[in-house]
Design a protein around this ligand. Structure first.
Ligand SMILES: [Zn+2]
Length: 287
């Protein structure tokens, strides 16, 4: 992915160094085995251990910690997220003003392990999520490593797709779609309710495709293989693999995202059409 102008968003809320809600064993600020392992890792990478110790309260178990990329890689990753977010701001601002509306920019929270959101406790295990109640996207950068290793969806544009999908939920929120769906779901059977959730998720995929269409047309952001990366990520995060992702929405466990094929198909639909009208997943017959 090519982000030539390199503008970074001013809407990043970096909570990575904060003492968020503690979890796991040995809380209360005590220095545990995990911390010691971390200090060793930090020394190995030439990082001042006091930096690690100051953040000890929010650290996860040692296994997860020791596989975490060094700080400089995290910084590069944070900068990339910030630039993609900036691109979604430019794109959606233009699309909204073209339709006579004002785009209200969402904030994106970078956190480690766990953090509080207006939708409840956000935890890294959920994967990235958007909380309509505070209009914020929540992202633990370690998810990108998982995307690469567990979901076999490597590449920077796969990551950009993930961000654009969450921003798609924000667009739905601004249009009042999320609220309508949430409302309707309470009156429906579990099965119908799930179907509606799938449609909401697939629409977010389609909106991610709309963003990619306009980012490419205005700024030529795509490099060879980028589109395939996004499609692979969309497919890899189908229902079967990413059920945990939905907790930030405060909806039942049975919340679903759509199949691998559906997700990739709707991203492609949005990308090809570049128009919100193409993303009416709600009036397309379910299957
Ligand atoms: Zn989603």
């Amino acid at each position: 992915m090519r982000l030539d102008n390199g503008r970074e968003s001013s809407n990043i809320e970096d909570r990575r160094g904060e003492g968020g809600p503690r979890r796991g064993l040995g809380g209360g600020g005590r220095i545990g085995i995990g911390t010691i392992v971390l200090v060793l890792v930090a020394m190995y990478f030439g990082v001042d251990p006091s930096i690690v110790l100051n953040g000890a309260g929010v650290m996860s178990p040692p296994t997860a910690e020791s596989s975490r990329p060094p700080a400089s890689a995290q910084d590069d990753s944070a900068r990339f997220v910030s630039m993609v977010l900036a691109d979604t701001e430019d794109t959606w601002r233009a699309l909204f003003s073209g339709g006579g509306r004002r785009y209200v920019e969402p904030r994106l929270v970078l956190y480690r392990g766990a953090t509080q959101s207006a939708c409840g406790l956000g935890q890294a295990e959920m994967g990235p999520f958007y909380c309509p109640a505070d209009s914020k996207v929540y992202l633990d950068l370690d998810f990108f490593a998982e995307l690469r290793s567990r979901f076999h969806a490597p590449g920077d544009f796969a990551q950009a797709y993930v961000i654009a999908h969450e921003i798609g939920h924000h667009v739905q929120n601004l249009f009042g779609i999320s609220a309508k769906v949430q409302d309707a779901r309470q009156r429906l059977s579990a099965r119908e309710s799930n179907l509606l959730s799938v449609k909401l998720e697939l629409q977010a995929d389609c909106l991610a495709g709309v963003w990619a269409h306009h980012a490419e047309r205005s700024r030529q952001v795509l490099e060879a293989g980028d589109l395939e990366e996004a499609l692979a990520a969309a497919a890899a995060t189908g229902d079967d693999t990413l059920q945990k992702q939905a907790r930030g929405y405060a909806v039942p466990d049975s919340f679903t995202h759509g199949s691998a094929a559906q997700r990739a198909q709707w991203f492609r639909t949005g990308f090809n059409a570049g128009s919100l009208r193409a993303c009416d997943t709600f009036s397309v017959a379910a299957h």
